[in-house]
Ligand binder design. Structure first.
Ligand code: ACO
Length: 373
């Protein structure tokens, strides 16, 4: 049997047309387009690109955005499920439960045709942010806010979360967050979703698999941990000692390191600029300066001791952006999921369209035993 690659490191498992990463040059492309260009489009256009494989023309985009607008409202039954999730939990747990309930109401639950899955896709993409916002408000004893059809996907989320319209810079940051979080090749949650889809299980089940996998702190859950870390460090000047103590205790710093990137993650560069702009616009730069001190300390420490840097990953400066957007930490991973849903769907649809069940092997390393003495 072949050599075992721990964590499937550098193992190429399948071919995809959804996205590509050049980990040496730090380039990420969705369907061939560089994210540095895509980030200037509306989330709806990027979402359409991911799930349909081509950029929409003006008419296609208008129709797609109108469909998302129609489907944003949760309706009484789904909202009641969100209400029933009123526990001291992360929004990810409420999202998982609510999506599972939504699947029960879908007459096409087990229809895996492209047509049925595209219909389910728009419903899921439209409702993810509404569920997260409603959960947050219910938890605070507030009434959920209906979406505003005049707002973009990102602005709508902040509006439903707060009950007031975000500023232009906040809306732009949220929209860009959803775009930059939308897709990332064969990350753990997209791979997990594809495994479920490869058994010809339904799209809801595959998406719930993605939710469950993204939640872990070594994956999307790191974003919440970054936010908590920023709360723990009392001032930017305290960041260096905080980080060095963690390293001395062999603890990981959340929001740093990556399996694929050997250089700066291109999303991090954009998120860092957004975090700085938000900090300056609000006249409150403490979190940004703390984050920069964490980054600089880790860079110097790893260069000095290992001869190679440790870079921040996508979860680091996005966590800082969420602080400035006043997104509660318990929502962070679910907000990430509200962007990533388009990528999960793109991967699942690719899997359904040319499927072979994903079934690797394991090497048995214990002795064979016999029942007889
Ligand atoms: N803090 C401190 N040291 C680190 C960190 C970190 N964040 N990341 C990696 N290292 C060190 C490890 O301790 C290890 O050192 P060692 O060889 O002395 O044991 C070395 O760098 C390699 O790290 P691994 O954990 O083996 O790398 P792997 O590719 O398996 O894991 C991962 C990548 C999970 C991202 C890792 O860097 C990590 O745990 N980071 C913190 C969690 C995090 O931010 N996750 C989000 C990732 S992005 C995303 O999923 C959306």
């Amino acid at each position: 049997m072949e050599e075992v690659k721990s964590g499937l490191e550098n193992v190429v498992v399948l071919e995809t047309g959804v996205s590509s990463i050049d980990g040496t040059e730090g380039v990420l492309r969705y369907r061939g387009f560089d994210i540095n260009d895509l980030v200037y489009l509306p989330y709806d256009a990027v979402s359409y690109l991911l799930i349909r494989g081509k950029l929409p023309d003006d008419n296609e985009l208008a129709v797609y955005s109108a469909t998302l607008n129609e489907k944003r409202e949760l309706g009484e039954y789904v909202q009641n499920v969100v209400r029933a999730c009123n526990f001291n939990i992360e929004a990810m747990d409420a999202l998982r439960t609510t999506i599972s309930y939504m699947s029960h109401c879908d007459p096409d639950l087990n229809d895996n045709s492209e047509e049925a899955n595209l219909r389910k896709a728009t419903n899921l993409i439209a409702k993810f942010p509404t569920i997260v916002a409603a959960f947050s408000r219910i938890l605070k004893g507030e009434t959920p806010v209906s979406p505003d059809p005049t707002l973009s996907h990102g602005a709508n989320f902040l509006y439903m979360l707060r009950g007031s319209k975000p500023t232009e810079i906040e809306a732009e940051a949220m929209e860009k967050d959803f775009i930059l979080s939308a897709e990332h090749e064969l990350n753990a949650s997209s791979f997990a979703s594809r495994i479920t889809a490869s058994t010809c299980s339904d799209l809801y089940s595959a998406i719930i698999t993605g939710i469950c996998t993204l939640k872990g702190p070594l994956h999307g859950g790191a974003r919440m941990e970054v936010m908590n870390m920023l709360d723990e460090i009392p001032a930017p000047e305290a960041a260096e000692a905080y980080v060095l103590e963690k390293i001395a205790n062999k603890e990981k710093i959340m929001g740093f390191g990556h399996r694929v990137y050997m250089t700066q993650d291109p999303r991090t560069i954009i998120f860092k600029v957004l975090a700085k702009q938000l900090a300056e616009s609000k006249g409150e730069t403490q979190w940004y300066r703390t984050a920069e001190n964490i980054e600089n300390t880790l860079f110097a420490e790893f260069m000095g001791k290992r001869g190679k840097p440790l870079y921040p990953n996508v979860d680091f400066y996005s966590g800082v952006v969420y602080k400035y957007l006043e997104i509660p930490p318990r929502l962070a991973t679910a907000v990430f999921a509200a962007g990533r849903i388009s990528g999960w769907i793109a991967h699942c649809m690719e899997q359904y369209s040319d499927n072979r069940v994903i079934r690797p092997r394991a090497k048995y390393v214990k002795p064979a035993k016999t029942l007889k003495a």
